[in-house]
Design a protein around this ligand. Structure first.
Ligand code: 0WD
Length: 256
């Protein structure tokens, strides 16, 4: 029963119960999807296990996955192939940059952190799409998370803004590559939400307040709201939509 009945999907990037990926996982499970979640290392395993238990038999853990370690990605996709034999959707909610460089000037970015940020936050989506493609035998939906700092200069977002611009371009190229197989590729550009990843961004509380005062809806968004919009992209409701970057930001992008 539900919009996601019969659909099976892999969700990467749940760190805790405030993660955007968790908002999406709940929305999909509520509509009947079966979900596999990954965690990054043992520290996150303890956080993710009780969340998976909350979803009952709708969810299971697909294992440890660090996107900088291709073997861990292979293991996760092998596991999914063995258990399900196919895949209907994948959510990529992963990004990383050195906290020291999410403050001050973009021009100071080091080569090491630039490459690492691009690897974890951009290339990972492409390599995940490549691994998902052979499993999406009835078509499918791939979804990633981006931020307005890709389009406009936002304070302290720095190298992550450059990475998100590349991620949004990847969405368009992947949409063309995979469209012939009925695989759709989209991104949600979420407004600022207080999560673990966001806590690394300098002056984040100020950014939240700024959005609250200036966004048309006069408030910030929640992981549940991003989850409900995610449901649209992962379900057949959006079957005619691909290559899209959709803002779920209380409308901030029309004024910012
Ligand atoms: O305001 C926000 N929170 C926004 C977040 C606004 C707009 C977009 N986003 C994006 C983020 O850039 C990211 O792509 O949403 C996505 C999800 O982020 P989140 O929900 O805000 O953050 P969080 O709950 O921390 O989940 C991101 C997780 C990591 O957590 P940490 O706290 O360690 O950064 O991504 C995972 C990790 O669990 N992650 C990795 N997973 C596998 N391999 C890796 C890696 N190498 N690095 C980070």
């Amino acid at each position: 029963q539900g919009l996601m009945a019969g659909k099976r999907g892999l969700i990467l990037g749940v760190a805790n119960n405030r993660s955007i990926a968790w908002g999406i996982a709940k929305a999909c499970a509520d509509q009947g999807a079966e979900i596999a979640l990954t965690y990054q290392g043992d520290a996150f395993r303890k956080r993710v296990e009780p969340l998976v238990a909350e979803l009952g038999d709708r969810a299971h853990i697909a294992g440890h996955c660090d996107v900088t370690d291709p073997e861990s990605l292979d293991a996760v996709f092998d596991g999914v192939a063995k258990k399900w034999g196919k895949l209907d959707f994948v959510v990529h909610a992963i990004a990383f940059s050195d906290k020291e460089e999410l403050d001050g000037r973009y021009v100071e970015t080091t080569r090491d952190n630039f490459l690492r940020t691009m690897d974890i936050s951009v290339f990972s989506f492409t390599t995940i799409a490549k691994r998902a493609e052979p499993l999406m035998t009835d078509g499918g939906s791939l979804l990633t998370l981006t931020y307005y700092g890709a389009e406009k200069v936002m304070p302290h977002y720095n190298v992550m803004g450059v990475a998100k611009a590349a991620l949004e371009a990847s969405v368009r190229y992947l949409a063309v590559d995979l469209g012939g197989k009925g695989i759709r590729v989209n991104a949600i550009s979420a407004g600022p939400i207080k999560t673990l990843a966001a806590s690394g961004i300098g002056d984040f509380r100020y950014i939240l307040k700024w959005n609250e005062y200036n966004a048309p809806l006069k408030r910030t968004v929640t992981p549940e709201e991003v989850g409900d919009s995610g449901l649209y992209f992962l379900s057949d409701l959006s079957r005619g939509v691909t290559g899209e970057v959709h803002h779920v930001d209380s409308g901030y992008h029309v004024v910012g």
